[in-house]
Design a protein around this ligand. Structure first.
Ligand code: KG4
Ligand code: ZN
Length: 342
């Protein structure tokens, strides 16, 4: 059978991205290009992503990113089999910008348009990077999401549990702000934690409750108290900041590891792998703790390369390939959805 080449487009948060992925059945998929234009600098002064600014930047960058993705891949629009675009969930202005752009592109080139759920993109990434077979278990941990998904098929996801309040990435970002570190908070906290020891007692929320649900908003409050307790004459002494970061990171890793252990024990099937996805999967302490849980269960641990853990369009193109192979030849009813549970 002929290989499939799909153009993916992503604009649901603060990254504008375009990518080309090619796949011949029975072969490892090939990422021909993977262009990401981040907006961190645009939002830095506001302490968070400003939806209106994000939407405008997406409108400006979508065609440039797409041109570059095609050029790097050495593929023309006429040569792609379909266009896949994130149709939600996410910031509605960005999702609308992406879907309208992709709709125009697909119509002009007379190609099928596939609407992709952003979370499905993250959840299917282990198949793109490591050829993982169904069924498998994935922990999606990012700035906006935190959930365990049993992935039974390209369009069959079962949510086993998740956060009941903040996502861990959001907690990392808030703690970084609290300690005067830069954004995004995750990498800043991880860097600071390197010279610290996790000596400060912090809660491990919801570990007393059965199941895979998690909570991270209380940790943030506990961090405010812990920081205040460390203050001497109104300032944080040398080392205290690093210890606070190390303690916070250890608490997050502990909660994720313990709940992963339960998800693996309770999922009801023998998973081909335990995989992570999302920006927080970049954290070395978190990765190490999760790898150890997988090892104890005798399950392969899959952590995609960082560029494919954070938001990107290769995962959208790949989800498009899975959707195309599942028989879809265009989502004529495609709508942009701010909320879209899997
Ligand atoms: O998946 P992602 O790029 O975007 C979405 O939220 O969808 O994840 C971004 C989040 C941010 O909250 C960021 O602080 C966090 O992932 N993050 C990290 C690390 N790198 C990124 N958190 C902890 N440790 C890291 N090294
Ligand atoms: Zn994401």
């Amino acid at each position: 059978t002929a290989p499939l080449t799909i153009l993916g487009i992503e604009s649901s948060c603060d990254d504008t991205a375009a990518a080309l992925v090619r796949h011949a059945p029975g072969r490892q998929p090939e990422i021909l290009s993977n262009v990401v234009a981040g907006q961190a600098a645009l939002h830095a002064a506001y302490g968070g992503v400003v939806p209106e600014i994000a939407a405008r930047a997406h409108v400006e960058k979508l065609d440039l990113c797409t041109e570059e993705a095609l050029a790097v891949a050495g593929v023309t629009l006429a040569e792609v089999d379909a266009v896949a675009v994130t149709a939600g969930p996410g910031l509605i202005g960005g999702v609308l910008a992406g879907t309208m752009f992709a709709r125009g592109l697909a119509a002009a080139a007379d190609k099928p348009l596939l609407g992709i759920n952003h979370l499905a993109g993250h959840a299917l990434t282990p198949r793109l990077t490591d050829g993982v077979d169904f069924p498998y278990l994935v922990l999606l941990v990012s700035g906006g999401h935190c959930q365990f998904l049993a992935v039974h098929g390209p369009e069959r996801f079962e949510r086993l549990g998740g956060t009941i309040d903040d996502a861990p990435g959001e907690a990392f970002d808030k703690v970084a702000r609290l300690l005067g570190l830069g954004q995004p908070g995750g990498p800043a906290v991880e860097a600071a934690a390197r010279s610290g020891t996790p000596r400060i007692a912090l809660p491990r929320p919801l570990l007393d409750r059965a199941g895979c649900d998690m909570s991270f908003s209380g940790l943030k409050t506990a961090m405010i108290r812990a920081r205040d307790a460390e203050l001497k004459d109104g300032a944080l002494p040398m080392g205290a900041q690093a210890d606070l970061c190390a303690s916070f990171q250890a608490a997050i890793a502990d909660v994720l590891a313990e709940k992963s252990d339960r998800a693996l024990a309770a999922c009801g099937f023998r998973p081909a792998a335990f995989a992570v996805a999302g920006g927080v999967a970049a954290n070395g302490t978190v990765r190490g703790a999760l790898a150890e849980v997988a090892r104890r269960h005798g399950t392969a641990f899959v952590a995609p390369p960082l560029a494919l853990c954070t938001d990107n369009a290769a995962m959208i193109a790949w989800a498009g390939i899975e959707r195309y192979r599942a028989g879809h030849r265009g989502d004529t009813d495609l709508v942009a959805r701010p909320r879209w549970p899997l």
